[in-house]
Design a protein around this ligand. Structure first.
Ligand code: COA
Length: 260
């Protein structure tokens, strides 16, 4: 039994609201958060509802996989495909999931949003795949889901060059479906869109989702293996340590300012 302290679940009519709640690390996906999300999506697998997946904290979606944990993950753990497996569980759900994005959706956060069927985002949302700068790849489905959503040329720019998209660019590229001008309305817009989907025939919806899943190329196994290889590289360690050291410096400066 997985304790639930990082994920909230609320049923509202035909909608199941799943909230990600790890604000101090900008919802970075660590193992505990992945396990809670996996437990929730397993529990509600056969519940007839549209899931709305959102951050309980405004101004952020998910800042990627937890870099402090990634630093310590080796090839063996890489082969477990922790994030990839969670995202597949979300993708396999019988009825659609709507991700509501209100802030940065980076790395695993962008991949998580891509694992949902639909994306409703506020104007201040941003999207990016910074993995290559950290010595790893977008191995949790990003390599193919991103290309499917935005096309190969844009996927190349986001992956190879680390280009980030604002909401307008993401909308134009097909990465998000709806842009909401006022961030306060993002969640209600996501719920309204989910309700619109829920007004269709449940059975037809389920069968259509299966039909659309046939467009899925079977590439995640390669990605998981490639990621496992990179997890053991010295360069990954160096690059991720650089991020953590910089954050530690900033934290120390903040604390020094607070006490002075
Ligand atoms: N993993 C672990 N911790 C993370 C994190 C991640 N992916 N993203 C953010 N955090 C933590 C920071 O370390 C910081 O915690 P601390 O103050 O205890 O050190 C806290 O979340 C706030 O982050 P901070 O960077 O100070 O906020 P910001 O507003 O200046 O920047 C981001 C926000 C999202 C642009 C920035 O946090 C970022 O670039 N994160 C990493 C994104 C990334 O590369 N993800 C891919 C991972 S594969």
């Amino acid at each position: 039994m997985v304790d639930r302290s990082l994920v909230t679940v609320e049923r509202r009519g035909d909608i199941t609201l799943v909230g990600i709640d790890r604000p101090e690390k900008l919802n970075a996906l660590d193992l505990a958060l992945c396990e809670e999300l996996t437990a929730v999506f397993t529990e509600i697998a056969h519940e007839r509802s549209i899931v709305v997946l959102y951050s309980t904290t405004p101004g952020i979606f998910v800042a990627g996989a937890d870099i402090a944990e990634l630093l310590e993950r080796n090839a063996e753990i890489g082969l477990r495909g922790i994030n990839a497996t969670l995202f597949e569980l979300i993708e396999q759900r019988r009825w659609p999931t709507v991700a509501v994005i209100d802030g940065p959706a980076l790395g695993g956060g962008c991949e998580l949003a891509l694992a949902a069927d639909l994306r409703v985002a506020s104007a201040r949302s941003t999207f990016g795949q910074p993995e290559l700068g950290l010595g790893i790849l977008a191995g949790a489905g990003g390599n193919w889901r991103l290309a499917q959503a935005v096309g190969l040329p844009m996927a190349r720019r986001m992956l190879y060059a680390g280009e980030r998209l604002d909401a307008a660019q993401a909308h134009a590229a097909g990465l998000i479906d709806v842009v909401v001008a006022d961030e306060d309305d993002a969640l209600s817009a996501g719920i309204a869109y989910a309700e619109r989907v829920a007004s269709q025939s449940w059975q037809a919806l389920e069968l259509t989702k299966v039909a659309l899943r046939l467009h899925r190329p079977a590439t995640t196994l390669y990605d998981m293996t490639a990621q496992a290889l990179l997890f053991d590289s010295a360069e990954k360690r160096e690059r991720m340590q650089g991020f953590l050291d910089e954050r530690a410096r900033r934290r120390a400066a903040r604390e020094a300012k607070e006490t002075s």
